[in-house]
Design a protein. Sequence first.
Length: 95
Amino acid sequence: MNTPLTSPIDEPQSPALPEGRGPASRVLSTGEHQIVNDINTDPTLAPWLKANHRSKIAAIAVFPIRQDDTIIATLHLYSQNAGYFRDDIVSLLDE
């Protein structure tokens, strides 16, 4: 059973703030997907750890959505299973 987030998880883009160092900000700054297969091992997720645990989120994947060569959005995928985003899944999502 999925448990919805009880509040939005905003991620400012400023790397000067702890909230600005998460996966979405890294996608926007690098242009590369970001995979966190165990949220407990990524210190940049500390600002959202309590909300993620409440929602039973264990793994996160964030992919850039491009129009031409410009990132216009990010696609966020979540799993309740740590280690879910294996190489074969990531390769498929990169296409």
